[in-house]
Write a protein that binds this ligand. Sequence first.
Ligand code: MN
Length: 292
Amino acid sequence: MTIQLPNKLGVHALVWVGGWTHEECREAIKNTVEAGYDLIEIPALDPSLIDVEHTKKTLEEFGIKAACSLGLSFDADINNEDLEVVKRGEAKLMAALDVVAGIGGDYLGGVLFSALGKYSHPATKVSWANAAASLKKLAIAAQAKGITIGLEPVNRYESNLINTIDQAVEMIKDIGEPNVKVHIDIYHMNIEEQDLSSPIINNAEHIGYVHIGASHRGGLGTGNVDFDELFGALAKINYKGVITFESFSSAIVHPDLSLALAIWRNLWTENKPMALNARKYMVEHIIRANKL
Ligand code: MN
């Protein structure tokens, strides 16, 4: 008898490939399926680089779904007081939304609320309000396409706007649309939260997507994060959504994302055994946490 897991397991495309040519798209989706994952997360920092038709066809061929994620850039940032910069950020978010819809996906998440990178100043009331207004437009457009929007709190070196789950929930309340959720990431939680369970339990109804990664972004089972605490919290709130494994190494370089995430070191070279092991690690923890 196979055990029915409560969660779909995803893997980030950067485990497999650095770009999204037709060949890279095929390789990433094929490897995702062969490693036993249910979903691939495709970075859409530049939505124009994704051939939507080809991606959709390839996903269908292999029988899996994709989610998309991105972080904005400083010249196209809704977390800004300059409305021209905000407008460019909004346009990028709308383009990414079209990609998600075009490839048959139902999820767009990540650092949608700000640039992905270190700010040299704190966020302001005005930049927060601008981000909230843009995200409201995005959420409303997403509703018509059946797409959920996920806000991923990231550490202070990657955004000045939303670093904690509580802050993400505050933003969700300001946006006031039902299809906006918190996209949690244990790597960032490990840096910014008080602990790895109480923010999840206290904000249970808002948790919509989960990123799992080691404390140094390497393979699972290495690093210093207490995964039992995290999976225990997810089981406690009866979380039934996607859990996606994220890992980055200088072995595979995305022209924008790897630099923004400061991936300077080689944490693995062989992605296939690393991805297989990560899935096994997640399955074991989910089974244990849920007493399956
Ligand atoms: Mn993440």
